[in-house]
Unconditional design. Structure first.
Length: 133
């Protein structure tokens, strides 16, 4: 008796990634939740032009950079490496299947984690004495 692979295949609302890639942006929007669906339907032309430009740049091995953090991730973007601007620099992100329906800005945080160091010179009375020695 042969042992079959038990690896679960990815599906989004019951559709495989190949079926989703064949869909138009407006058809894919039917499978999203209401807030993402409304955003995708409002900006479907922007998403389609971004996808076509991204495919052309990917063929030429150029970096795909964007400032549009509010764009919805669609199936045509899966597997692409996109650099998303966070207000300071471009953060490289590889689009995975699990990111479908989310916004690009969710994967490029704008605020960094605070890193506290030691006390600087003049911050406490004791630090002046330490600096003179």
């Amino acid at each position: 008796m042969a042992i079959e692979s038990t690896k679960k295949q990815f599906s989004f609302r019951g559709k495989t990634i190949e079926e989703l890639k064949a869909l138009d942006v407006r058809e894919f929007a039917k499978y999203l939740k209401s807030r993402q669906r409304r955003a995708a339907l409002r900006q479907f032309q922007d998403i389609e032009t971004f996808v076509s430009r991204a495919k052309k740049k990917a063929e030429k091995n150029k970096a795909i950079k964007t400032h549009s953090r509010d764009m919805i991730v669609v199936p045509q973007l899966t597997g692409m490496k996109i650099q998303i601007y966070n207000g300071h620099e471009f953060i490289p992100v590889e689009i995975a299947k699990e990111m479908l329906g989310h916004r690009l800005g969710e994967f490029a945080p704008t605020r960094s984690k605070v890193k506290h160091g030691g006390a600087g010179i003049g911050s406490t009375k004791g630090s002046k004495a330490k600096a003179k020695k």
